[in-house]
Design a protein around this ligand. Structure first.
Ligand SMILES: Nc1ncnc2c1ncn2[C@@H]1O[C@H](COP(=O)(O)OP(=O)(O)OP(=O)(O)O)[C@@H](O)[C@H]1O
Length: 200
C-alpha cells in the first residue's frame, strides 16, 4: 500500500440523495479548510475556457481513457452524451500524496467499487435520513427536483438503505436528524481525535 493513503485515508461518504451530505461536508470543510480534498476526475470532453488541466479535470483523449479502463484504473466511469467521465484510483491517491484526506461523495455502486480496492485504504461512512418521510420532505423542500426525479431518488434511497443494513458495508452510520448533533458525530468519526483514521 502506498504510504500516503496509510496516513491520509480516503473517506467515502454515501447516503440517499437529500439526506444532507453536501450540507454537512460544507460545514466540515469550513471548519478544516486545509485538511480535505476532492479527487480530480478524468474526462474526454474538451476544456472550456478557463478550465485548467489537472485542476478542473484531467483532460484526456478517448484512447488514453480507454486504456485506463482496460488497466483497471477507474473506480467508476460513465458516459454522458458523447463524453466519458471517471474517477481514477491515481487521482484519489494523489490527494493523499498532497497530505489531504480525499473525500468521496459517491453513490452505492461507487462505494462497492472502492471497497474492492483495498489498496485505497478507505473508510466508509453512511449518512441516513431519520425516515423516508423526512427524506421526502427535505427533497421537496430543496425545490430542485421534478416529481419524476424525486420518485427516482426515493426508489434509489430504498436500495441504499437496504445496502447500508448489510453487515460490514460501512464503518459508521450517522443519522442526520438534528443537524448539529449529526455534524458532531460525523466530525468525530472523520477527524478521529486528529488521527483521521490512521493508526498511531
Ligand atoms: N439535519 C437536517 N435537518 C433538516 N434539514 C436538513 C438537515 N440536513 C440537511 N437538510 C436540508 O435537506 C436538504 C438536502 O440536503 P443536501 O442537499 O445537503 O443533501 P445531499 O445528501 O447532499 O443530496 P444530493 O446527494 O442530492 O446532493 C437541503 O435543503 C438541506 O438544507
Amino acid at each position: 500500500m502506498s504510504s500516503a493513503v496509510q496516513n491520509f485515508r480516503p473517506v467515502v461518504i454515501s447516503g440517499p440523495s437529500g439526506t444532507g451530505k453536501s450540507t454537512l461536508l460544507k460545514r466540515l470543510f469550513a471548519e478544516y479548510p486545509d485538511k480535505f480534498g476532492f479527487s480530480v476526475s478524468h474526462t474526454t470532453r474538451s476544456p472550456r475556457l478557463g478550465e485548467i488541466n489537472g485542476k478542473d479535470y484531467n483532460f484526456v483523449t478517448r484512447e488514453s481513457f480507454q486504456s485506463l479502463i482496460t488497466s483497471n484504473g477507474f473506480i467508476e466511469h460513465a458516459q454522458f452524451g458523447s463524453n466519458l467521465y471517471g474517477t481514477s484510483v491515481a487521482a484519489i491517491k494523489s490527494v493523499a500524496e498532497q497530505g489531504r484526506i480525499c473525500i468521496l461523495d459517491i453513490e452505492m455502486e461507487g462505494v462497492k467499487q472502492v471497497k474492492r480496492r483495498e489498496d485505497l485504504n478507505a473508510r466508509f461512512v453512511f449518512l441516513a435520513p431519520p425516515s423516508m418521510e423526512e427524506l421526502e420532505r427535505r427533497l421537496r423542500g430543496r425545490n430542485t427536483e421534478t416529481e419524476e426525479s424525486l420518485q427516482q431518488r426515493l426508489a434509489q434511497a430504498r436500495n441504499e438503505l437496504a445496502f447500508s443494513q448489510t453487515p460490514g458495508a460501512h464503518d459508521k452510520i450517522v443519522v442526520n436528524d438534528d443537524l448539529d448533533r449529526a455534524y458532531g458525530e460525523l466530525k468525530e468519526f472523520i477527524v478521529d481525535g486528529g488521527r483521521f483514521g490512521a493508526a498511531q
